[in-house]
Design a protein around this ligand. Structure first.
Ligand code: ZN
Length: 300
């Protein structure tokens, strides 16, 4: 398996059986670009085809080299992960396996926010995405006598799934090394995200292969760091609300002082994610319908 000489820099080999092709879509949201992984143990599986960019498509086909691909798996349906799956599936005649469309796996709170017109931020939802085969939590897939297991890890998106193969976790955008994951309502859900982190924290993975950035060699430490990072932010938000009833944006200005105005909306969504989570856990209450503009107070 190889790429044309000019594209060799895009190929890495995290293990003997796993190749990673970096898509040419770098940005502040995607870091160096999206990682598309190919497992080859005699049979082939592709994880996260990535964005619909011709160069990336031909790199994947070059690496596949005309062989049959048994599975196309998708971690979640953000536009930097899923759009190429359709074309790749058609070309290779391989079904797409995913948890569901972009609304699947969401809590009733998030579904009612969507119903009331609250849309996603800048993260890019692939609203069109529809898998050929719907996968369930803990479902196992046979690849030449070995198994790839799906672990439903909602939070970054409701339909987010990590895949385990040979003590390695393909962690998608749920756990990455270069950045903490974005959790942006209504498609991102912090209550789900923390639960998913705690599920993974119990496991003994030897390496994480994330959707963006380099392999993570200390999975337990990284997951624990991310949980603590969120708990620290939660503590800051709760102590700010002690001042009195505030909206998500008012809290954002107090918690993130000196924030770049260009980042205020993203930061407000992050605070809103915390407020919905705190409300779910009855630590705070919204003084009206749940929204970014509704004041919250501590639930004493
Ligand atoms: Zn994502």
């Amino acid at each position: 398996m190889s790429l044309k000489h000019s594209n060799k820099a895009r190929l890495t080999k995290p293990t003997e059986k796993i190749s990673c092709i970096l898509a040419p879509n770098p940005s502040p949201m995607t870091f160096k670009g999206t990682n598309t992984y190919i497992i080859d143990n005699g049979e082939l599986a592709v994880i996260d085809p990535g964005p619909a960019i011709d160069e990336h498509f031909s790199n994947i086909l070059d690496l596949v080299g005309g062989r049959q691909v048994k599975y196309i798996f998708l971690t979640h349906s953000h536009v930097d992960h899923s759009p190429l799956s359709k074309k790749l599936s058609k070309t290779l005649n391989t079904p797409i396996y995913a948890f569901g469309g972009s609304n699947s796996g969401l809590s009733s709170t998030m579904l009612s926010l969507i119903e009331n017109g609250y849309d996603s931020g800048f993260e890019g939802i692939d609203y069109e995405f529809c898998p050929d085969r719907v996968i369930t939590n803990n479902e196992k897939f046979n690849l030449n006598g070995e198994y790839i297991s799906a672990i439903h890890t909602p939070g970054h998106m409701g339909n987010h799934v990590c895949f385990q193969y040979d003590k390695i976790l393909f962690s998608g955008d749920h756990i990455m090394g270069w950045a903490t994951s974005m959790v942006s309502p209504p498609y991102g859900d912090l209550t789900q995200f923390m639960n998913s982190c705690r599920v993974l924290q119990k496991e003994n993975f030897k390496m994480l292969l994330p959707g963006h950035g380099d392999p993570v060699s200390g999975p337990k430490e990284r997951i624990t760091f991310l949980i603590n990072h969120r708990l620290e932010r939660e503590r800051q938000i709760k102590s700010t609300i002690e001042i009195g009833p505030l909206t998500a944006m008012e809290i954002t200005y107090l918690v993130y002082n000196d924030i770049d105005p260009a980042l205020i909306n993203a930061a407000t969504r992050n605070v809103f994610a915390h407020l919905i989570d705190l409300n779910n856990r009855r630590k705070i209450k919204f003084l009206g319908p749940i929204s970014e503009n509704t004041k919250v107070s501590l639930n004493l």
